[in-house]
Design a binder for this molecule. Structure first.
Ligand code: G5P
Ligand code: MG
Length: 230
């Protein structure tokens, strides 16, 4: 694993199923970049039946987004627990922020520590390609590892490669609900691209039909921006 020369504070944006979780796993294998996925945190809270989990279960099932204040509280608690609120730390966010108010609330938390986002990646994958992937997705909830029955199947059918624990389908991967999630993304999340464009040279967009096409470009851009530590 390699270390970056300069701190990277990254956000992965992209429609549901675009491969945010997949690209995160690959970056984690290559570089020392701790990551936080808002969806994984919520699924963990649902499994643990916490208060946030109970609220989340209902909303996620409908393909809608949780209230901004709830999400910001959950994520800022995580950032503080992990001691990421420092200009010197490298990290990656997947799935948060995804509305304008969330982005503003996060700026308000990060900017005073000079730890604002410095790299925003927009994954562009055609919707027809995404719809096909979702039908075949399996997840390991405790780790957030994702599989696809054709693209990256588990070594043993139905169980996680690392822990041997059972894999499950996500209730929000039903085709009707998935359509709602895509609409929510278009309406509420795409305005963030403009929000971050206004903050300087943060946004980098990459398009491709497969994660194998996108990943090498992403890795190259990370190295170009942040360098490799000697
Ligand atoms: P999540 O969990 O953040 P989404 O909807 O943003 O969910 P999702 O579905 O997790 O995003 P992804 O991470 O972008 O998609 O994609 P992925 O899992 O890596 O890849 C999708 C599938 O395709 C996998 O099976 C993978 O193996 C496969 N795959 C990858 N690449 C390829 C390829 O090249 N080819 C093929 N054939 N397959 C491939 O959010 C869930 C819910 O939580 C709530 C909301 O209700 C949300 O709907 N939530 C929030 N609410 C409010 N605010 C927030 N900030 C929230 N965050 C979460
Ligand atoms: Mg994901």
């Amino acid at each position: 694993m390699q270390k970056l020369a300069r701190p990277a504070r990254m956000l992965l944006l992209g429609p549901p199923g675009a491969g945010k979780g997949t690209q995160t796993s690959r970056l984690l294998k290559k570089f020392d970049i701790p990551a936080l996925s808002s969806g994984d945190i919520l699924r963990q809270q649902i499994a643990e039946k916490t208060d946030v989990g109970k609220t989340a279960a209902d909303i996620i099932k409908q393909g809608k987004l949780l209230p901004d204040t709830v999400m910001t509280a959950v994520i800022s608690a995580e950032l503080a627990t992990r001691h990421w609120l420092a200009a010197t730390k490298t990290w990656l966010l997947d799935g948060f922020p995804r509305t304008q108010p969330q982005a503003e609330l996060l700026d308000g938390i990060l900017h005073p520590s000079l730890a604002g986002l410095n790299f925003v990646v927009e994954l562009q994958v055609p919707f027809e390609v995404i719809l096909d992937r979702i039908a075949n997705r399996l997840v390991h909830v405790p780790s957030g590892r994702v599989y696809n029955l054709t693209y990256n199947p588990p070594k043993v059918p139905g169980v996680d490669d690392v822990t041997g624990e059972p894999l499950t389908r996500r209730p929000d991967d039903d085709p009707e609900i998935f359509r709602t999630r895509l609409e929510e993304y278009q309406k509420l999340t795409t305005p963030l691209i403009e929000h971050y464009r206004k903050q300087g040279d943060l946004v980098w967009s990459v398009a491709g039909d497969t994660s194998d096409i996108i990943y090498p470009q992403l890795e190259k851009e990370v190295i170009r921006r942040f360098g490799i530590a000697p």
